[in-house]
Design a protein around this ligand. Structure first.
Ligand code: COA
Length: 260
């Protein structure tokens, strides 16, 4: 199948998915999300695919977030639909897959980009990577699972600091906080992901699927955090601050929030 915004390659039971919108730092627009859903669904059903490595095209970005240009006209209902569709078609799909998915974070992983990496089962970062959830600087909060998965990975204090300051952290800091499993040089990034994935693929596939399911049960089924996130994310789209945040980004100026 031909994709416009992805490079997809199947080698030695590994499906390599590269988000390929380098001029927009691989930002996830609707078309890319649609293609990603198709590629993932096909991969999970394909017996020749044992596991998946997701990375970003070019040296600069894994994924610099959801495509902000597509947010500009959304209202509360549009925001809710965006989040629900994303959770269902991509982020929960990856997290609950019966096959291992590794994020090879080769640069900026921001907003929806970090949420994509966090939905994967293992994260490996190159030492030039920068990670963050900058949504509050747009008058939003993370809407693709970020408030829940970041809290699960790094704990509440660090998650709230990252989300409320909107600051980016380095790969070294991400490793120290448990956000990524390994940090390597850019040249070692894919080989390291391959090494780990090939080891997993040498184990019993049904046991791997069961392990993913069991480990997920620890963090996911004890509350309705995602429902809360979707409701709060959707509400942001009804605020003036959101309109200001997105306009300021698109007009390349500093935003002036009013708290309304
Ligand atoms: N959505 C849409 N476009 C994006 C984008 C996003 N999330 N992130 C980057 N881009 C685009 C830029 O608008 C720019 O496009 P242009 O060349 O047509 O103007 C291009 O990608 C390159 O980005 P630029 O900002 O020029 O690169 P930089 O090196 O100066 O800065 C970042 C890199 C990552 C710091 C900056 O792009 C950024 O802050 N992006 C938004 C991150 C974000 O808020 N993500 C969360 C969204 S919810």
């Amino acid at each position: 199948m031909a994709y416009q915004n992805l490079l997809v390659d199947n080698k030695e039971r590994v499906l390599y998915i590269t988000i390929n919108r380098e001029s927009k730092l691989n930002a996830l627009n609707a078309a890319t999300l649609g293609e990603l859903h198709t590629a993932l669904t096909n991969a999970f059903a394909d017996e020749t695919v044992g596991g998946i490595i997701i990375t970003g095209a070019g040296p600069k970005a894994f994924v610099a977030g959801a495509d902000i240009a597509e947010f500009a006209d959304l209202d509360v209902e549009g925001g809710r639909k965006l989040a629900v569709d994303g959770h269902t078609k991509i982020f929960d799909l990856i997290e609950n897959a019966g096959k291992p998915v590794i994020a090879a974070i080769n640069g900026f992983a921001l907003g929806g980009g970090l949420e994509l990496a966090m939905a994967c089962h293992i994260r490996i970062a190159s030492d030039n990577a920068k990670m963050g959830l900058p949504e509050v600087s747009l008058g939003l909060i993370p809407g693709y699972g970020g408030t829940q998965r970041l809290t699960n990975l790094v704990g509440k204090g660090k998650a709230l600091e990252m989300i409320m300051t909107a600051d980016m952290i380095t790969a070294a800091d991400a490793y120290q906080s448990g956000l990524v499993n390994h940090v390597v040089t850019p040249e070692e990034l894919i080989p390291k992901a391959e090494e780990i994935l090939q080891k997993i693929l040498s184990r019993a596939p049904l046991a791997i699927a069961a392990a993913i399911k069991a480990v997920n049960a620890a963090g996911l089924n004890n509350g309705n955090g995602y429902e809360t996130e979707i409701a709060e994310f959707a509400k942001c789209f009804g605020t003036d601050d959101f309109k200001e945040g997105v306009s300021a980004f698109l007009e390349k100026r500093k935003s002036a929030f009013k708290g309304k």
